[in-house]
Write a protein that binds this ligand. Structure first.
Ligand SMILES: Cc1cc2nc3c(=O)[nH]c(=O)nc-3n(C[C@H](O)[C@H](O)[C@H](O)COP(=O)(O)OP(=O)(O)OC[C@H]3O[C@@H](n4cnc5c(N)ncnc54)[C@H](O)[C@@H]3O)c2cc1C
Length: 475
């Protein structure tokens, strides 16, 4: 017997018999019930308008702030809910499923930015002040990483840099994609470090406010997640005070491995799972109502349709359990998301499990596209029309595969690291593949080898030239 309701009426989607409620505490279950009500009343109607008219879902964020969800895992003593990773996955999944997938993705990026700030907030009055005002002032955060020159290799910001100034830092960030660009109130951006010497693993993070960025939201028009507004972002040589560096100089890699990747991969997986469930809910409501008078059956009475649902539910349950189990692991590793453990800046417990987060995102993003497709098939031509909303879920779910780390990259990371070891991943293109090198050299004839050797020696001579002396007057 279902207890789920939708605007005061019985819910017509999957009953909670198919929800792993045992993973949630009683408080988290109560929060979920309130959130479902909010989705029915506010987020879902806004989702339709947001998709049709490319509207950024700020109103949905205001609604989420009314449940204190912008500070979901901010410690209670700073005014937050003090919740954990499992709860974050539940909230994102619930928003995507019952409310608005675009909002769920903007919220995923917000949580990633909040986590990056909490990670290094211990000695930072600036970050603490921001984190204490998230709900009361509806301060939306986001992550700006992807670089126009390196595509989905978002950990490689070749077009961005920071330099030290007497009072702080001059930040140049050029991003090809940033969820909520031009709508967020604050941004965590990543650039090479101020003392960068050519090593692209030397990265730093900065807190940048809305009035310091240039965005182009008018250019955003996409297949799905249309409210997400993931446009370009430019921080054009803006000078910020010293305390706007998030964490110590060179902390970017640690922040990526410990926070940005684990939180993005956990929450975005929950988003894809929520979209798959949302499509199943819509399709269930349709197939159990629609009748074929000639044979006296509802669409749901055909075994073919039952098989579609059986497989979609089981595949999605597998993805949900996998995602929640990573949330549980993160909770175990961090004393249920206790940010105090990071007072020791070398504490990086989540980072050791990065290859598991890759797997949950790959599976959830693969599943959502398949499930939405099958649910649309189950609904026939009716599913093809906009008013049923299933086509929107299908379009929204398509973002899963292409969002970085893309599923092509993840599959490669997991397979390559399993076969050749983690060092073989070589994120920053630093280690030489001797096998490829020698194999290519084998193809050269003696003349070609000589030419190559001469050009290499000339390069070396150029690189080893002593620097010209600095004129005394300029020194
Ligand atoms: C809705 C949405 C929201 C986003 N929000 C944000 C955000 O908030 N912040 C942010 O920083 N970024 C964001 N992004 C950007 C995202 O993370 C990727 O950087 C972006 O989708 C990459 O697009 P691209 O055209 O550059 O792809 P490319 O990187 O050019 O990829 C093209 C193809 O090459 C494949 N490929 C790339 N590298 C490899 C490889 N090493 N091995 C095998 N195949 C490879 C890809 O998988 C893909 O099939 C968002 C993207 C979307 C779609």
């Amino acid at each position: 017997m279902s207890t789920k309701t939708w605007n005061g009426l019985p819910f017509t989607g999957l009953t909670e018999d198919f929800d792993p409620q045992w993973l949630l505490t009683p408080e988290q279950q109560a929060l979920q019930a309130k959130l479902i009500e909010l989705c029915a009343a506010v987020l879902r109607p806004n989702a339709i308008a947001s998709d049709r008219n490319l509207i950024y879902p700020r109103k949905n964020f205001e609604a989420l702030a009314s449940l204190n969800l912008l500070s979901l895992f901010v410690p209670k003593e700073w005014g937050g809910l003090g919740e954990n990773h499992v709860c974050a996955a539940m909230v994102v999944e619930t928003i995507a499923r019952y409310g608005c997938p675009s909002t769920a993705m903007c919220y995923t990026m917000h949580l990633g930015a909040v986590a990056a700030a909490l990670f290094r907030a211990h000695d930072s009055p600036e970050l603490q002040s921001l984190l204490k005002r998230l709900d009361s002032e509806v301060l939306i955060g986001t992550l700006s990483y992807s670089d126009p020159e390196t595509g989905s290799h978002f950990w490689y910001p070749v077009s961005s840099k920071a330099t030290a100034t007497p009072d702080g830092w001059q930040v140049n960030k050029k991003a090809s994609w940033t969820t909520s660009a031009g709508f967020a109130d604050w941004y965590i951006v990543q650039t090479t470090s101020p003392h960068f010497d050519g090593n692209f693993s030397d990265l730093s993070c900065f807190l940048i406010y809305a009035d310091e960025v240039q965005a182009e939201p008018h250019k955003w028009d996409a297949l799905g997640l249309r409210g997400n507004q993931s446009g370009t972002l430019l921080v054009d040589g803006v000078t910020v005070p010293r305390d706007r560096m998030v964490g110590p100089e060179g902390d970017g890699t640690a922040s990526n491995d410990e926070i940005v990747d684990p939180f993005f991969l956990l929450c975005s997986s929950a988003c894809w799972n929520g979209i798959a469930l949302g499509a199943i809910d819509i399709a269930k409501a349709h197939v159990t109502r629609k009748k074929h008078v000639d044979v006296g059956m509802r669409v749901a009475d055909y075994p073919t349709i039952q098989d579609y649902f059986g497989e979609a539910i089981m595949d999605t349950s597998a993805c949900r359990m996998f995602t929640f189990s990573m949330g549980q692991l993160m909770d175990q590793l961090t004393n249920s998301c206790d940010w105090a453990i990071h007072a020791d800046t070398s504490a990086l417990p989540r980072a050791a499990h990065l290859h598991w987060y890759w797997q949950i995102k790959f599976e959830a993003a693969k599943n959502v596209a398949h499930v939405c497709d099958k649910m649309l098939h189950a609904c026939g031509g009716s599913g093809f029309k906009k008013d049923m909303e299933i086509e929107r879920y299908l379009r929204d779910g398509k973002a899963g595969w292409v969002m970085g780390p893309t599923n092509e990259v993840l599959r490669q990371f997991v397979g390559k690291s399993a076969l050749l070891g983690f060092d073989s991943l070589d994120y920053w293109n630093q280690s030489v593949n001797e096998r490829v090198l020698h194999n290519e050299l084998k193809k050269l004839d003696p003349d070609e080898k000589r030419k190559l050797a001469e050009s290499l020696l000339a390069d070396l001579a150029e690189a080893e030239k002593p620097a010209p002396p600095i004129p005394v007057a300029a020194a």
